[in-house]
Write a protein that binds this ligand. Sequence first.
Ligand SMILES: NC(=O)C1=CN([C@@H]2O[C@H](COP(=O)(O)OP(=O)(O)OC[C@H]3O[C@@H](n4cnc5c(N)ncnc54)[C@H](OP(=O)(O)O)[C@@H]3O)[C@@H](O)[C@H]2O)C=CC1
Ligand SMILES: CC(=O)C(=O)O
Ligand SMILES: [Mg+2]
Length: 759
Amino acid sequence: MASYISDDLRSGAMFYHRMPRPGKLEIQPTKPLANQRDLALAYTPGVAAVCEAIAADKPLVSELTARQNLVAVVSNGTAVLGLGNIGPEASKPVMEGKAVLFKKFAGIDVFDIEINALEPDHVVSVVAALEPTFGGINLEDIKAPECFEIETRLREKMNIPVFHDDQHGTAIIVAAAIVNALHIGGKQLSDVKIVTSGAGAAAIATLNLLLSMGAARENIWVTDIEGVVYEGREKLMDPYKGAFAQKTDARSLAEVIVGADIFIGLSAGGVLKPEMLKTMGERPLIMALANPTPEIMPDLAREARPDAMICTGRSDFPNQVNNVLCFPFIFRGALDAEATTINEEMKVAVVNAIAELARETPSDVVARAYGGETPVFGPNSLIPSPFDPRLILRIAPAVAKAAMDSGVARRPIADFDAYLEQLDRFVFRSGLVMKPIFTLAKQAPKRVIYAEGEDERILRAAQVVVEEGLARPILIGRPSVIETRLQRFGLSIRPGQDFDLINPEDDPRYRDYVSTYVERAGRRGVTPELARTLVRTTPTVIAALAVLRGDADTMLCGVEGRFIRHLRHIRTIIGIAPGVRDVAALSMLLTSKGAFFLCDTQVTLDPSAEDLAEMAQLAAAHVKRFGIEPKVALLSHSDFGSRDDASATKMRDTLELLLERAPGLMVDGEMEGDSALVPEMRERVMPESRLQGVANILVMPNLDAANIGYQMVKVFGDALPVGPILLGTARPAHILTPSVTARGIVNMTAIAVVEAQGC
Ligand SMILES: NC(=O)C1=CN([C@@H]2O[C@H](COP(=O)(O)OP(=O)(O)OC[C@H]3O[C@@H](n4cnc5c(N)ncnc54)[C@H](OP(=O)(O)O)[C@@H]3O)[C@@H](O)[C@H]2O)C=CC1
Ligand SMILES: CC(=O)C(=O)O
Ligand SMILES: [Mg+2]
């Protein structure tokens, strides 16, 4: 069975995990450790006071340490995805992956713990001993039947939630999809025939949950490696499977799948054959959930049964039924309510929350988060996408409430409105900011020309851009160099097929480009001879001419060389948009506190109030593309009139201009940086501010402040930079910086495409 991991994905995954440092996680302190006093507080002697407090009153550990937001993802590597018993070391990338998902989707910290322990006794004693460290335990990829005993014993022993995700996370999300599929198909759970491939952790837990929700035991047929689980079978049996044994002579999946309404595959890739599907009942639900290769690929299933609803565990097909949709949010709710366990009531609350969410009409905010493409409930959208920002808002409170109602919450949520607000802030802060831009770009990809087409980062980015369907790349570079490098880096994109090429040394359009250039810039010092030389030697000139002539929709340059030199060519060839005074650079920083946009980080040394007002308006228009409401702070060393020098009054004049020209814009100033970013500080000096909440567009008084501020936040805050985004050009064009990474280029490509869509 082919694994359906393409060579690109394989080499991409190896590179992702290896570079720039091994793995995908690190541990970050959350408090300063800048001086002797900090040292005395964080560690001995000060820390002893905190130890004594906890020794005297153990529950204080939740208030004084990271424990209540810390989950252990524990595996012994015996059932890793559908790869089987590959051992604890080989399971580590998956466990680190779960840790990343916990953090990104729900803000939960994780230690991944891979253990050399196979026997249930051994696993139980190791994990139970971890209780002082963690607020919860997520057991992962531990094989059946041992996992059942391990989980049951740990639940009895431990006073914190113990949740085997492959069992219950899977069961919950499968059940939610089934609820909705039955809703569409007009069938009842108690009537439908359910057939599984797999009788392991995931399958058995799923069936048990379905039983508790009303499925009929006699309608359930289980198969595994040995075929049908029947009464009297001896080989590869255990009591958990035995509970589903049928009195039957049928021995194979092909025999029992006849007339089935639902197929649940939680076994291994490729075991379901198209001919088997043809015998299923009307409008069947086919859930081929083995990872990474499903029991049947969706295209084959669709061909065999055009009337079927089809789900897989993968993100590259519709209806991704994967436990990532619930585990981060279940733990969020359980940790926040300090639940002692995750019980049936909490699980059923999650099934209902997910099923209802998929059926809801999405709000404007959600539509924006999806990049304008609203998910509409139906056969191809039975459950929400893992990126749906509403998941955390629905699941975490549902879990906390069910924990409270069932009496297992040690710290009941006192104010659910405030809790929802806190979760909402998390969604905004998390790194999902680029998501709507990517979705929008994919809806109408544009032609993006890359000046430095031979650069490794550009080639790697182009591979992703093609795979993701974000744009049609046009690379400027020598074909032989590009071909050799693509092969060297193991990239599969090919000229003509996946991207277009402009060879600066020999391109049939050369003459046309030179004459366009002379027409455009002949009166600004570009002689025909200079034009010929520049079109041969300066890729940025070619890219800008391509955009001007309509051969490309937008351009990216600047991976090499100075910003200002690239800008000179863009100004001369593409020019400034009508009515705009000058271009400006808006730089985005994705920080742990959210996305912030700074301007002007690259272009005008000492902008006037007029310049600043214009760039604030242009920046606000751009920021709206991210589905973010612009909140503009005009920054200064002066805080609401505390100083009267030229720089402070310039920012005050900017405010006047903006209030006149853009009355709907949320803007205030002049103010200091902390007044912009800490609403409580602002409240003290200016209780009546027009700005509400944390500013997200920071308009700086001059280039020094903007550029230095940007670099400092980038380095100190370990922020992910995106941009610079060039504002005010007559056609979209962007200049990257030499430090840009391939990922940064992909991000800017998506931004450039979305901008070009509006032109
Ligand atoms: N989409 C999702 O969210 C999730 C998907 N999964 C996927 O489900 C699968 C099972 O995981 P899990 O339950 O944790 O693992 P287990 O090892 O506990 O169970 C595997 C089960 O699959 C059966 N099986 C293995 N190979 C075959 C085969 N060729 N034909 C029929 N049955 C087979 C095994 O049979 P036997 O009992 O005879 O050994 C066993 O019953 C994996 O592919 C995993 O990736 C799991 C969790 C979540
Ligand atoms: C998704 C998951 O947990 C698995 O495939 O094992
Ligand atoms: Mg798993």
